[in-house]
Design a protein around this ligand. Structure first.
Ligand SMILES: [Zn+2]
Length: 572
């Protein structure tokens, strides 16, 4: 009953969704599998046969560890800022909910401040013991490796210390039931388990260590990020192959693509992989500079050329001498700047404004635009002769929606970039968050993805996973997953149909709106243990609205009063 109570208390059922049309089951943000214990048992048997007991046990332990860590995240989320001991207790409830085992905590000595931990659980109906007995019969060894891995991963994650659970009794050894004991890894006094654990793979909760790693990577990446191109999708490879063929030659490259596809990153890569890599890379965004300044910016000014030109200064062309000049948003260049640019390209010489001295420049030009230049020519906004000079080697950079398979690697690179900046150690994205990114259509391309990830890194608590709501802040781009299970464990065909039926039945029985509202309020407050904020969340209203309605229900001698709602439990 204790487990059932925990499941109700945290309303776990509401987190479990069957989206049968999409072929998905979700437990909160994690994709779950309803698979045959027999199939997993067969895999388990094959692991033992092909790898030997030791390695098979290690693999199973680590698999359980990963599951335990995911559930610890969910538990912390369900409990919010509540007592850590409660988090410890939801573990067995989640494990039971997932159908793996019925575990009961028989002993727990936890001192959060001191970091002391001792725990003992009794397991019944372990799927693993059952499967092991079917496959191997009674033997010398304990068998519940995924289960001890789960308990270890679970406790390790929220205790932030490496806690290892070992089976001291197991039905596979002929014991009456399975018993697991958990202690900090060093308290075991031997390192037999370390072999199973391979800490380098399990240390995701060793925050300090991970933080260091992120920072180290962040620091390394800082030198590479601007020139780093990430991707392996066919569309990306096509653009990249074209780009690499041009890298070593001085040919003028025209980068085409929508806003946000990362044209400057491509340009920078081109520079860094050319034989001009040790010379300057100068980038100019033509759209960001006012028309009356663009010419002096590009070509330079001679002292006295116009009022305010008190000093001679070189333009970007001269500053890029020997290296690469990247002209972004070229379609926005003013007509007179277009003429001057064409002349530079034809002669290889620049003249500063107010100066008739021609200066030789050796510049490799990379231009980029997101406007259709052909159309601009037809409209008389862009010079055809300049276009033909620039368009000798066009490279079209695909929009993000045409290279979605690159999203996971891009996300990894962006997390490595932003986690150190915001001093967060993060555990990646939930399955559902990643699915939402894959389903989105990305009108703003890689830049939009970068903005989204940066915001998510800012919003997510350190040590947690990024969830859908961190990314899309309320406006979830994917449909919420489908049917839930009811109290009897039945899966609804669809939420809507079930509600329809419920309302029908209610009306048939002679409906009293006020009474039903009061009952709902009571139920929610009870489920939330009197916490009005939590109760309001269950009801989909604000705490203020709930308090007001409760007051109405109890304060007035309306039909609600007869349900005996007391003031004390509504004021908490
Ligand atoms: Zn066992």
């Amino acid at each position: 009953m204790a487990v059932q109570g925990e499941i109700e208390r945290f309303n776990l059922r509401s987190r479990l969704r069957f989206n049968i049309d999409a072929g998905q089951i979700w437990l909160d943000e994690s994709r779950m599998l309803l698979l045959h214990a027999k199939a997993l048992g067969a895999l388990r048997r094959e692991l033992f046969d092909s790898l030997g007991a030791k390695r098979a046990q290690g693999l199973l332990f680590r698999m359980g560890f990963a599951a335990g860590q995911q559930d610890a995240d969910l538990a912390s989320k369900l409990l919010g800022e509540g007592d850590n001991f409660d988090v410890f207790q939801i573990g067995p409830a989640l494990h039971a909910f997932e159908g793996l085992v019925k575990a009961t905590i028989t002993e727990a000595h936890i001192d959060w401040e001191q970091g002391c931990f001792f725990g003992e659980t009794k397991s019944e109906n372990s799927w693993e013991a059952e499967s092991h007995l079917q496959q191997f019969g009674i033997g010398e060894d304990t068998a519940c490796w995924t289960l001890s891995g789960y308990a270890s991963g679970y406790v390790t994650r929220f205790f932030r210390r490496f806690i290892v659970f070992r089976e001291t009794q197991c039905t596979c050894r002929g014991d009456h039931h399975c018993v697991m004991v958990g202690k900090p890894v060093e308290a075991w006094g031997d390192d037999a388990y370390l072999e199973y654990c391979r800490p380098e793979e399990l240390d995701t909760s060793f925050q300090a260590l991970q933080q260091e790693l992120w920072q180290l990577r962040g620091r390394q990446r800082e030198q590479h990020v601007p020139g780093k191109l990430v991707g392996s999708s066919p569309a990306f490879r096509m653009a990249f192959d074209l780009l690499s063929k041009a890298a070593k030659s001085p040919i003028t490259v025209l980068l085409l693509g929508e806003t946000g596809v990362g044209k400057e990153v491509f340009a920078q890569w081109l520079h860094e992989n050319s034989d001009r890599a040790d010379q300057p890379f100068v980038a100019v965004n033509c759209a960001a500079i006012p028309n009356d300044l663009i010419e002096s910016e590009l070509f330079g000014v001679q002292k006295g050329a116009f009022t305010g030109a008190q000093q001679s200064r070189p333009g970007r062309f001269e500053r890029a001498d020997g290296g690469t000049l990247f002209l972004d948003e070229l379609g926005d260049l003013s007509p007179s700047a277009q003429v001057k640019l064409l002349r530079v390209l034809q002669t290889g010489e620049v003249e500063r404004l107010g100066d008739d001295k021609a200066r030789k420049v050796n510049v490799r030009l990379v231009a980029a635009t997101n406007v259709n230049l052909q159309q601009a020519i037809a409209d008389g906004r862009f010079r055809a002769d300049l276009y033909y000079r620039l368009a000798t080697y066009p490279v079209a950079i695909p929009p993000l929606r045409e290279r979605k398979s690159d999203i996971p690697v891009l996300v990894t690179a962006l997390l490595e970039k932003y986690a150190p900046i915001y001093h967060k150690s993060l555990l990646g994205l939930t399955d559902r968050a990643m699915q939402a990114l894959m389903a989105y259509h990305w009108p703003g391309n890689v830049r939009e993805l970068e903005n989204l990830i940066e915001r998510a890194v800012l919003l997510v608590p350190s040590g947690a996973q990024i969830e859908v709501e961190h990314l899309f802040a309320g406006a979830t781009p994917t449909a919420p997953p489908g049917a839930a299970i009811d109290r009897q464990g039945q899966v609804g065909n669809a939420d809507e149909a079930r509600r329809e039926l419920l309302y029908d039945t209610l009306l048939d029985d002679g409906f009293d709106l006020q009474a039903h509202e009061t009952r709902l309020l009571e139920l929610a407050v009870r489920r939330a243990n009197g916490n009005l904020t939590h109760a309001a969340r269950l009801l989909g209203i604000t705490r203020r609205q709930l308090a007001y309605r409760l007051k109405q229900a109890t304060g007035e001698a309306g039909p609600g009063a007869r349900h005996g709602m007391t003031k004390s439990n509504s004021d908490r």
